[in-house]
Design a protein around this ligand. Sequence first.
Ligand SMILES: [Zn+2]
Length: 148
Amino acid sequence: MKAYCLKCRTKREIKNPESVTLKNARSATRGICPVCGTKMYKIGKRQAVTTSVSTKEVMKSWLADVPADKAFWSHDGRVLKNLEELSTALREMSDETFAYHVTPDRNDFSKWVQEVVGDYKLAAQLGMARTRAEALEAVAKRVASLRQ
Ligand SMILES: [Zn+2]
């Protein structure tokens, strides 16, 4: 395995390589430069298994209720705590209510999903939705895929 030697300013084969874990929980290979003897590190990738588990947990968290003080207060009086309630609200609200929250200048739904729920992908899709039907479709599909 090769790593960059800071002293030689070139890549060298690592001498006496050993696996270590760095402070930021990344794994690395540590050894010494065969030419100058300087310590060398080759930073490894994060473990794929850990990443996929945490990604799944994060995605599940997007379906959870948000704190009460971060709920979405819809213009028609609904108080929305999670994406499923947003999906229901979009299905049932009037186009006037939708138009109150989505104008050419702002999109309250997209903003709430991004800043409170934390689902950037859905927030981006909502940001592009110009009609209530498009927004509803985006949220309903996202909720269905997150539930899996
Ligand atoms: Zn060196």
